[in-house]
Design a protein around this ligand. Structure first.
Ligand code: BEZ
Ligand code: FE
Length: 300
């Protein structure tokens, strides 16, 4: 066995781990040093715990190689890996501000790979569905933690069509189908018409799909509508609303569901409402407010 130099942080680790950690002593980037120290410790401990064999690690390397090869300008298989291992939502949980957790600020969820910049700004109440579906009205107010309206904010939304695909994935969908950008009114109000979303599988034609299959996991995300909400002086809110009646709401493949983000699609049978919103009777009515957290350091 190799001689090891004593490293204070390396107490109670394998001598090989201690040797590797000792090589980090010259690193002047303290954050990089902290991250690499923990990474080396955890990776070594992991190999030891599962008694990882050479063949298994070669398979692991092949998996990571294929994951890299699957990536291009559009597809990001490593993010999908992070999502399906729960790491993406873990980072979100770690970094949720303590002060915000104490308030009613709306919780985050995953942005996902299908967000596209450049959505058209639509008028209050506009219909963004250019394909078939069950008509739904989404409406509510954008407020701050004190309940005061946040006017003139940008709310971007996107969701899948009935075939489970986002417009950007599907050349057969009309341009701008099921996505749009809305500005909140003087009282923080927003409204748009669309369709009730459907559950859909995350991309399964790569190594992450094979991993899910091998693990006996399904690739489905419960039906949801994405929201990206931006207003000067407030933290940007990346979130989504999930359908309460969805079969996958308790088993999202990427762990993005939070109970506070689950909403009911209430059947509205009011003829007056249907007429006012130019929707068939009945339609689904989703009423939901969003609460933004003030940016740290922003004037109160
Ligand atoms: C999405 O909701 O669009 C999504 C999020 C994470 C991985 C795949 C898709
Ligand atoms: Fe999505």
């Amino acid at each position: 066995m190799r001689e090891t130099t004593h490293h204070p942080a390396a107490d109670a680790v394998h001598p090989i781990t201690a040797t590797v950690l000792a090589t980090l002593s010259g690193c002047t980037d303290t954050r990089l040093k902290e991250i690499m120290t923990a990474l080396v410790k955890h990776v070594h401990a992991f190999a030891e715990e599962v008694q990882l064999t050479g063949d298994e690690w070669r398979r692991g390397i092949e998996f990571l190689t294929q994951t890299g090869k699957k990536c291009d300008g559009i597809r990001q298989e490593f993010i999908l890996l992070s999502d399906t291992l729960g790491l993406s939502i873990m980072l979100d949980a770690i970094h949720r501000r303590d002060d915000v957790t104490e308030t009613a600020a709306t919780e985050n969820s995953l942005l996902g790979p299908f967000y596209r910049e450049g959505a058209h700004e639509e008028a209050f109440g506009a219909n963004i569905a250019r394909t078939e579906g069950e008509p739904a009205l989404f409406r509510g107010r954008l407020v701050d933690e004190a309940g005061q309206p946040v006017p003139n904010a940008l709310i971007e939304v996107w969701e899948t069509a009935n075939n489970g695909m986002y417009e950007g994935q599907d050349p057969d969908q009309p341009e701008s189908n099921l996505r749009g950008k809305f500005r909140t009114g003087p009282d923080g109000e927003y409204a748009f018409r669309s369709i009730k979303p459907t559950p859909y599988p995350i991309p399964t034609d790569g190594p992450v799909g094979q991993m899910l299959l091998a693990l006996g996991r399904h690739p489905m995300r419960p039906a949801h509508v994405h929201f990206l909400i931006q207003a000067p002086g407030y933290d940007t809110l990346t979130t989504a609303l999930f359908s309460a009646d969805d079969p996958y709401v308790e088993s999202d493949a990427v762990f993005g569901v939070k109970p506070s983000l689950v909403v009911d699609y209430v059947r509205n049978g009011s003829a007056a409402d249907a007429k006012a919103w130019d929707l068939p009777n009945p339609f689904f009515d989703v009423q939901r407010d969003f609460v933004l957290a003030r940016s740290q350091g922003a004037a109160r």
